[in-house]
Design a protein around this ligand. Structure first.
Ligand code: UDP
Length: 472
């Protein structure tokens, strides 16, 4: 287990986008939480510090909690290949998918052994009455040791399926003994709460994004252009850094870009999906649907963008899915290969990676998120905040985020024809793109920023502490 260093994020600055009334409510909630947590620590435990939505969200939330002067820590479990292969199977099964690899007895043993040892290690650091938020199945098995230590243990689930099947049920059965000892549960979506938690203390708290993080902060057109040029994603037209009159670089490492032609002309309309290389994000389907159903006369270019797979420690599928996309792209004829680029963003510096994601999303004419299943889909909120029009699968948290006037939902994510046709007609309608994007930005401002998220957590923690003191 290791601690993740986090810097403060200013709660006061959030007031600049949420307005006075919301800022005051946030300030009140922060004061109450500070008083409530006096002498105790708020712990978050997850499986990785970089790559994926949980890491993204914790970086921001923990930063705000620090700014509220609440003692807080974020720890990640340092599992090995076997452990993360097991937890990836649990993750996929909770989403209702198995991809032919069902949980085995060995998986159960590996899971028990590893999570128990993490639980013991953390219990040595946790004090009675501390609050511990365990994120996702990778950490659920730590609960018994922490409960025994006297901590309030909350399990925060970021995954699930609206149509539970045998896959999901098997994964829930593995987690059941640990869930039984947790005090409360947080889900992003009510449809994801399994039957076995029906009579328990469950709260629905959708995630949020930070408008001031490197991932989402405003960038001028010039900055977007500079980042994309320096990352090698679009053709450099300005004087390069290091030469007299050259621009100051915002990113120092290039992306690995697989493309047929010279870097993309910045004027080319771009269709972008940013995701981990994960089977459930269906990057191959995004490519196939684009090539087969968006007419080849369209000037649009598809950018499939993900992290350099070596960087995401808890995701053993990443390299495999990227190679699948790469082989598929290499097997295309030249004309089709010219219509698509695969982009791997370096993860050595989290802020540089975030700036690249920010610039690519802002550069997009349309952002796609054609996931087969999705917990919440932070990439959708990120794109909407940037005023992008999105075409996304109507699954999981995406269908809560995207409404008819803020984007286009796909009824069946596996229907490539419908996806391609939807994309083509949107690409041809600049006015609609603009209107959807403007509404999308407002929707994120109203529903998916940190104040709502933090206030909900504050309320939950207060309830648990009051209950423990016999006052609730
Ligand atoms: N992301 C990133 N770098 C990348 C690809 C993705 O920082 O190269 C981020 C993305 O911006 C988003 C998160 O990873 O913040 C993905 O979260 P989401 O909820 O969309 O899906 P998850 O990966 O958690 O399933």
């Amino acid at each position: 287990m290791s601690d993740v260093p986090v810097t403060r994020s200013s709660l006061r600055r959030l007031g600049l986008v949420i307005g006075e009334a919301r800022a005051e409510a946030l300030e009140d909630a922060a004061q109450r939480a500070r008083a409530e947590m006096q002498g105790s620590t708020l712990w978050n435990v997850s499986s990785t510090a970089v790559g994926g939505g949980v890491a993204e969200m914790l970086r921001v939330l923990v930063g705000y909690i620090l700014d509220a002067d609440i003692e807080t820590r974020w720890c990640v479990v340092s599992g090995d290949g076997d452990f993360f292969a097991t937890t990836k199977r649990i993750h996929n099964q909770l989403h209702g998918y198995s991809f032919g690899e069902h949980l085995s007895e060995k998986d159960v043993t590996t899971y028990r052994r590893m999570t128990e040892s993490y639980g013991r290690a953390l219990a040595e650091r946790v004090k009675p009455h501390d609050v511990v938020l365990l994120h996702d199945p990778q950490t659920t098995g730590m609960a018994p040791q922490l409960v025994e230590r006297g901590a309030h243990v909350i399990w925060r689930c970021h995954v699930g399926t609206e149509r539970p099947d045998g896959n999901a049920e098997a994964a829930w059965q593995l987690l059941r003994p640990y869930l039984e000892v947790c005090e409360a549960f947080v889900f992003s979506l009510s449809a994801y709460v399994p039957a076995l938690l029906q009579d328990r203390d469950v709260v629905i708290i959708p995630p949020s994004i930070d408008p001031f993080s490197a991932k989402n902060r405003d960038l001028t057109d010039e900055e977007v252009r500079g980042i994309l040029e320096d990352a090698g994603i679009v053709q450099a037209e300005r004087t390069p850094p290091g030469v007299a009159g050259g621009h100051r670089p915002l990113v120092s490492r290039p992306a690995r870009v697989f493309r047929e032609q010279a870097p993309l002309d910045v004027r080319t309309p771009a269709v972008v999906q940013v995701s981990r290389w994960d089977r459930l994000k269906d990057m191959p389907g995004v490519m196939e649907g684009f090539l087969e159903h968006v007419p080849s006369e369209s000037p649009a270019h598809l950018l499939l963008v993900g992290p350099d797979s070596a960087g995401v420690s808890d995701d053993p599928e990443g390299a495999e899915v990227f190679h699948q996309c790469r082989s598929m792209w290499e097997a295309l004829d030249e004309e089709n290969r010219r219509r698509v680029s695969l982009v791997c963003l370096p993860l050595d510096d989290v802020d540089e990676n975030a700036l690249m994601v920010n610039a690519v999303q802002r550069h997009a004419t349309v952002v796609v998120q054609k996931s087969l299943a999705e917990g919440f889909g932070l990439t959708v909120a990120e794109a909407m905040w940037k005023g992008r029009a999105v075409v996304a699968s109507g699954v999981g948290g995406i269908s809560e985020q995207v409404t008819a006037d803020t984007g286009v939902l796909l009824g069946d994510p596996s229907d490539l024809d419908a996806y391609g046709r939807t994309l083509s007609s949107l690409l041809a309608d600049t006015e609609r793109i603009g209107a959807l994007g403007a509404n999308a930005h407002r929707r994120v401002r109203d529903h998916y920023l940190g104040d709502r998220h933090l206030i909900q957590y504050g309320t939950l923690i207060t309830r648990l502490r009051l209950r423990a003191s016999g006052a609730g």
